[in-house]
Design a protein around this ligand. Structure first.
Ligand code: 5AD
Ligand code: SF4
Length: 428
């Protein structure tokens, strides 16, 4: 989502005659797009802001601004007061960014008002870096789930869905530049809902329409909230060959007690039943997840339940984090962050090791099978090999050259070896 926001900001500024430069020391304005989700993300930004200060010595006119989620949270504009940054622009104020930049000539400026309606539907974001074969398209913004640990509802505001016509325009603009795979993005894509005079378009309907309208594009989407992952959506995925059979379904914890405290609005049983439905309706579908260890009150038994759920769900990949208390969230206000740092780390290390095993076994089951691989380019490690992804979002490395398999083409690859992270094979 942040990357997609950076492209949005770049597009808005380019239209207003701002130009990109190659390095920070040539810039008159530096924007730092930020994430607040965990404390270490914010700490990295503070460090970056400090590192950039030396440039002010060379260029007294230099303006440094923070954009995105952290703008909504910086305490008492502390950094502004200290003169380290000149302005703050929140995720719903990007259209006003050039005014803020100019205004900050004379004073320090903040524009962090969250909107109920801004979807940037009238902007088709330009690619920041050279267009690969894969592009991200934001279809909705904001989140109203208020998971107890999470800052997103406070930094990104209410849910808003973009009109389908504007999504279609953006997808077409990517296709015109050679994109072959689109990932539809939103904090909770399943909450997508847009009403026009004729009907209410929900996420399954949108996906059905897009997959039919652009049959040569491969579609992915992220992120799905388990409580909203309907069988209707799974059947739409089954209906279209060009919707990838891979779902990112954050579990967060395998313990119903912890899930309840997290305000996730589902239980362990519900989650695992969703997993059953995925494998039933979409055999061979891969599932990835997010897990938080050491949330408030998490016991050893809760932790074991997470491990058993990971094994049951047979995730092919997981993003795993230690719980990081975020000021202003329900957990910070009403619960004790009572799992020690040491125990959080131990549990994290344990689940990472278990997931590595699960990923390896998952990949071993692919040995001997043939996959359609969408070629992305030359492998980073070896010029004689190409890299692409299966519909299940697994990275495949195989011998070949770009003349035969240019980026965006499909190769049929038989898998003959693997690690926990990649598959390797030969074209058949
Ligand atoms: N601490 C740790 N992890 C968090 N996430 C969100 N908030 C926190 C937090 N306070 C994780 C969740 C979410 C992912 C994007 O980040 O797992 O799904
Ligand atoms: Fe945060 Fe929960 Fe919304 Fe995801 S669904 S962005 S974890 S509040």
């Amino acid at each position: 989502m942040n990357f997609s926001d950076s492209e949005l900001i770049a597009t808005i500024l380019t239209k207003q005659n701002f130009q990109f430069v190659d390095s920070a020391d040539q810039a008159e304005v530096i924007l730092i797009n930020t994430c607040s989700i965990r404390d270490n993300a914010e700490q990295r930004i503070y460090k970056r802001v400090s590192e950039l200060q030396h440039l002010r010595k060379k260029n007294k006119q230099l303006k440094i601004g923070i954009v995105g989620c952290m703008s909504e949270r910086i305490d008492d504009e502390k950094m502004i007061e200290e003169g380290k940054i000149n302005f703050l622009v929140g995720p719903d104020s990007y259209k006003n960014i050039s005014n803020v930049i100019f205004q900050s000539e004379n004073e320090r400026v903040t524009d962090v008002l969250l909107s109920h309606t801004e979807t940037y539907e009238d902007i088709v974001p330009e690619k920041l870096i050279e267009q690969g074969i894969s592009a991200f398209v934001a279809i909705m913004r904001g989140c109203e789930n208020f998971c107890a640990y999470c800052v997103v509802p406070y930094t990104r505001g209410k849910e808003r869905s973009r009109p389908p016509e504007s999504i279609i325009l953006e997808i077409q603009s990517h296709i015109d530049k050679g994109v072959a795979e689109i990932t539809l993005l939103g904090q909770n894509v399943n909450s997508y809902q847009f009403s026009n005079n004729l009907k209410i378009i929900t996420f399954p309907l949108l996906l059905d329409e897009l997959a039919g309208f652009f049959p040569h594009v491969r579609f992915r989407f992220a992120t799905s909230h388990p409580k909203d992952l309907s069988d209707e959506l799974l059947h739409i995925m089954a209906k279209h060959q060009n919707i990838c059979k891979s779902i990112h379904l954050p579990m967060q914890s395998g313990s119903s007690a912890v899930l309840h405290r997290m305000n996730r609005k589902y239980s362990r049983e519900w989650y695992l039943q969703r997993i059953d439905s995925i494998y039933e309706i979409l055999p061979g579908c891969t599932i990835s997840t997010d897990i938080i260890t050491g949330f408030c009150g998490e016991t050893h038994e809760d932790h074991l339940e997470t491990i058993s759920a990971m094994k049951y769900a047979n995730f092919f990949h997981a993003f795993m984090f230690k719980y990081s208390e975020r000021k202003g969230t329900a957990a910070a206000k009403t619960m004790d962050d009572d799992v020690s740092e040491e125990v959080k780390s131990e549990r994290l290390t344990e689940i990472i090791a278990i997931q590595t095993q699960l990923s390896k076994k998952h990949n071993e089951r692919d040995i001997g099978q043939v996959f359609e691989v969408l070629v992305e380019g030359v492998s980073k490690r070896n010029d004689l090999e190409l890299m692409g992804r299966t519909t299940g979002n697994k990275v495949v490395i195989f011998e070949g050259d770009l003349k035969m398999y240019p980026p965006g083409s499909y190769a049929k690859v038989k898998i003959d070896e693997c690690s926990s992270a990649t598959l390797k094979g030969c074209v058949v």
